[in-house]
Unconditional design. Structure first.
Lengths: 389, 594
């Protein structure tokens, strides 16, 4: 008995629908993507002021970011002991940014959760007492987002790339900030166009006390460091050896003022370099290669450190022809390195580095002595889990 | 999926009690309506005995209802009633959106999630009304299907089943997961309620259509295509159904069954499922082979349209579906948030009806028995009208709630607990507002003061509470001019007017009329905190300053009338709106009390 056309249509329909339905549940193939190295600086850092040495690290160890709070530690001048100095009154789970100058330390709280602006706190007594201040905007997520000049003039880099300035410390406390430049204006300026400026990463003061700003450029080999000369932004003239189309784009990861000039840390592809400026010319270090940078910071005399992936750490002493020096592999959980404690002692010249390792709410201080890290202190921080949920 | 989540526990006692109360209240109304309709009918019958005949569309002597249609009507009627009863489970009001709709939609594409989120948000704004409405609509449709035997009433019941079924299929089942990966007949694809929709559409067909085998053939052909497609889907390589174990972990089927075994249920059932999961892990290939062959065989038999083959397929299909219902679907309705018995029982009813529809001549033998039904048409008409009234009882408040953009205050009450009714003089104060002007409580006499305590650098609750206050002002409309929205700084360090102004800018409060954000010296603030029972302190290690969330309602005479926790809880869209509604209600009460 032969099957009629209706049967054939049924079978055809069945197969077509079956195929279509099966197609609905088919998963797309995964596309492998090669990720570029993570050359973005964390807010974890350290800095040295006349009051002492400071370190910023995130603690809590919680999967919920609002339960991880940033802590400020201080090793006061002439002491070897660390203590907790986090300013109170504001939840700092959005991150802390600090800058020293004019005999004080200014700490900015990055916005988090429902808070959209950045309260500030200033201490002139090594973190024993804090005075509140206000930046009615969101600080940028970069360790170089605040700078304090010798006169108390303060710069703030905002999340949207705008640079604001408070003429005095009192103005900063009262929230009286004025815009100095916007990313759009800087990018449209001649030096901005020249390097293809696409984002701002740090602010500082130059040797002439004028503001300096640094960022990321898209033009290969062009470094975006600009100085403000009476309202006109000019290139600071940083060029990298062998720059050109074959070179990667340059991102300024860190920028700080040093006596008589500035120091900067740069990422070019997988290379990291230090650069020093004396107001007229730049000195650039040899590169160090890394797959990613976890934290960075500056020490006295233009010294700098890098905490890299795989427990690697590199330090460099300063402009005078120095090269990167690898430290012994840092202890597990190290989130920040701290240069030696006095303002006159540069790394590698008799001082010793501290490595601050975090595990949940416990901070362990390791000190480098005779080529090995030794545990010297532990601090249990009373992290207030759930206080900002 | 923002918006859908009320953030409250489905077992929240306030929600559960309110849901129960709403069901009892509406149940009593439904009962009264039925009694009223009954009386109406009885009266009408007394006056005009002949009028009731024929209203149900059944007259003696007409051919009896086709067996297939009877099976669909009563089968799905019972299922709808059962689903309605499941909707009355205590956790349903607070849990359906978050525990049922959201997880089902999570693996679907963004546009499905967006659509489901819209429905879930409407539910989470009015969980009690929505929960109760679902109960009455489903019970009503089920009853309507059962009691309306013939005629337009009966076909309308089928149409109602289609409409409601589609709503449930889209919003409750995210299109039965057909756009999500992992679709399988075993777990309920393409959504149990889609089967209700098909059945409803068949019931809505003209009755004459059932007197020939054509509807049965078409239904079985459709089912045949469906089973064949499901067999292909089940057999498709790479979907994970063949291996019992993959990468050291249980395969797809074992994992699904293990998840079902985790549903709260009697131990012997979970043991049964766990046992089958182990079996499927060990003999994954064989289990899937049996499933694929069974689905393909049923598909082929239904497609053939031959009664004998279909009969075999039907009986073996019933056994197969029941096994899947028990061993894979875990009955579908356990755990306190099951909304239906999943797909197997409706599917059995559907293909059994298809088989019966193949042999319409046999219905003549049944005719005398069911002709008796035609002798009681009035009762059925009254019952059908009652069922429709029950549906409207659920649908009307649900429709009203759906167009209401503000949430039910029950959510706020569930979070904050009952407010404390007071009648105490409000402690006076004199502080500085955000513009530097001195403001005293005495100066606000004649207005209702809604007052709270906010930290201007707060990262969590305070900005949310401020938004709730702002929304309250908007909801009060013309009455807002008689209400002052007041916040007092609750931070011992960050308390200058620079911060209150920054907070106002952040929250868009600078243009809100009658908004005051007050601050002062630490001693001034300390006194206000103390008098109103607010504990404020700085915490170490980067934590936010701590303070309790409190709101007070002060009447125009300066007396505290209500005190409630203003902790916004999960601070979802619905709970924020709910708090604003509650504060607005308290403000209106205080205005009336003045």
């Amino acid at each position: 008995m032969s099957r009629g056309p209706a049967s054939r249509i049924r079978v055809g329909l069945a197969l077509a629908c079956a195929g279509l339905t099966a197609g609905c549940g088919t998963q797309a193939a995964t596309v492998a993507v090669t990720r570029p190295p993570a050359m973005t600086a964390s807010l974890s850092t350290s800095l040295t002021t006349a009051q002492g040495t400071w370190a910023i690290a995130v603690m809590g160890g919680s999967a919920a970011s609002h339960n991880n709070f940033w802590q400020l530690f201080v090793r006061r001048a002439n002491t070897g002991r660390w203590s907790l100095a986090t300013p109170e009154g504001v939840a700092d789970n959005g991150g802390l940014v600090a800058a020293g100058g004019n005999g004080s330390l200014v700490v900015g709280f990055r916005p988090s959760q429902e808070l959209a602006y950045s309260p500030l706190a200033t201490s002139t007594d090594a973190g024993l007492n804090w005075t509140p201040g206000l930046l009615d905007a969101a600080l940028a997520d970069t360790p170089g987002a605040i700078a304090v000049g010798p006169s108390g003039r303060t710069l703030a880099l905002l999340q949207d790339g705008t640079i604001e300035a408070a003429p005095t410390a009192d103005d900063a406390a009262a929230g009286r900030w004025v815009p100095l430049a916007t990313l759009k204006a800087l990018a449209a300026s001649a030096p901005g166009r020249s390097c293809g400026l696409k984002g701002m990463t740090a602010v500082s003061f130059g040797p002439d006390q004028n503001p300096i700003a640094a960022g990321s450029c898209v033009r290969p080999g062009a470094a975006g460091v600009f100085t403000d000369a009476g309202g006109t932004w000019r290139s600071a003239g940083l060029t990298l050896p062998g720059n050109g189309p074959g070179m990667g784009t340059v991102r300024v990861l860190g920028l700080t003022a040093i006596p008589g000039g500035n120091a900067a840390l740069l990422a070019v592809g997988t290379s990291l370099l230090a650069a020093w400026w004396d107001g007229t010319r730049w000195t650039v270090s040899a590169p160090v290669t890394a797959d990613g940078v976890r934290a960075l910071g500056f020490g006295p005399g233009g010294s700098a450190w890098l905490l890299l992936d795989s427990e690697r750490a590199e330090t460099i002493a300063g402009a005078a022809g120095s090269t990167w020096r690898a430290l012994p592999p840092v202890p597990a959980g190290t989130t920040v390195l701290v240069p030696p404690g006095t303002g006159t002692l540069a790394p590698g010249t008799g001082g010793s580095y501290d490595a601050l390792a975090v595990a949940g709410s416990r901070l362990t201080v390791w000190r480098l002595a005779r080529g090995a890290w030794g545990k010297v202190q532990q601090i249990t921080v009373p992290v207030q889990y759930g206080s900002s949920g | 999926m923002p918006g859908m989540n009320s953030g409250l526990s489905p077992s929240d006692p306030t929600l559960v009690a309110a849901f129960r109360s709403a069901l009892l209240h509406q149940g009593a109304i439904a009962l009264l309506m039925l009694v009223f309709l009954w009386l109406l009918w009885a009266t009408a019958r007394t006056w005009r005995p002949a009028v009731s005949a024929g209203t149900s569309g059944v007259t003696a002597g007409e051919p009896a209802e086709a067996r297939a249609r009877w099976l669909l009507r009563t089968g799905f009627g019972v299922l709808w009633i059962f689903d309605g009863i499941l909707q009355a489970q205590p956790k349903m009001a607070g849990g359906l959106a978050t525990q049922v709709m959201e997880p089902i939609a999570a693996s679907s594409p963004g546009w499905v999630q967006h659509l489901v989120n819209w429905g879930g948000t409407a539910w989470s704004y009015h969980p009690i009304q929505a929960g109760a409405a679902s109960v009455w609509i489903q019970v009503g449709i089920g009853t309507w299907l059962i009691v309306a035997v013939r005629g337009p009433w009966s076909r309308l019941a089928g149409a109602a089943s289609v409409i409601w079924g589609l709503i449930v299929w889209v919003f409750g089942e995210s299109f039965g997961g057909i756009f999500a990966p992992g679709l399988s007949w075993l777990t309920g694809a393409p959504g149990a309620v889609l089967i209700y929709v098909v059945a409803g559409a068949l019931i809505a067909l003209p009755e004459g259509a059932w007197r020939v085998p054509r509807p049965g053939r078409l239904l079985l052909a459709g089912l045949g295509v469906f089973f064949a497609a499901m067999a292909v889907l089940q057999a498709w390589p790479g979907r994970g159904f063949w291996p019992g174990r993959a990468g050291g972990k249980p395969g797809t089927l074992s994992r699904m069954v293990t998840e079902m075994a985790g549903t709260p249920q009697p131990h012997f059932l979970s043991s049964l499922l766990s046992g089958f999961a182990s079996f499927a892990t060990r003999y994954g290939f064989a289990v899937n082979l049996v499933v694929v062959i069974a689905l393909a065989a049923m598909g082929a038999a239904f497609l053939s349209g031959r009664p004998r083959l279909v009969r075999y397929a039907m009986w073996s299909g019933i056994v197969f579906c029941l096994a899947d219902w028990v061993l894979v679907q875990d009955f579908g309705f356990l755990g306190g948030l099951g909304t239906d018995p999943n797909s197997m029982i409706p599917l059995i009813v559907l293909f059994s009806a298809g088989y019966l529809a193949l042999t319409p001549a046999a219905q003549e033998a049944e005719a005398p028995a069911r002709a008796a039904e035609a002798k009681r048409p009035g009762v059925r008409s009254v019952a059908a009208a009652g069922a429709l009234a029950v549906i409207l009882l659920g649908a009307a408040p649900m429709a009203a709630a759906a167009v209401n953009r503000t949430a039910d205050p029950i959510l706020a009450l569930a979070i904050s607990g009952d407010s404390t009714r007071l009648n105490l003089p409000a402690p006076g104060f004199s502080l500085t507002d955000q513009n530097g002007r001195t403001v005293s409580l005495a100066g606000l006499r004649g207005k209702v003061v809604l007052m709270t305590f906010l930290d201007p650098v707060c990262t969590s609750d305070c900005p949310i509470i401020a938004q709730e206050f702002k929304q309250t002002g908007q909801m009060l409309g013309a009455q807002a001019k008689n209400v002052e929205l007041v916040a007092v700084v609750a931070n011992p360090t960050y308390r200058s007017t620079a911060f209150t102004r920054a907070f106002d800018r952040q929250e868009g409060l600078t243009t809100v009329p009658d908004w005051l954000y007050l601050t002062g010296s630490l001693s001034q603030l300390g006194a206000v905190w103390r008098h109103y029972g607010v504990a404020v302190e700085n915490l170490p290690a980067g934590a936010m300053a701590a303070h309790n969330d409190l709101a007070v309602v002060i009447d125009p005479a300066g007396r505290i009338r209500q005190e409630l926790s203003s902790d916004p809880g999960p601070a979802t869209l619905s709970t924020r709106s709910s708090f604003s509604v509650l504060l607005g209600q308290y403000a209106r009460q205080a205005l009336r009390q003045s």
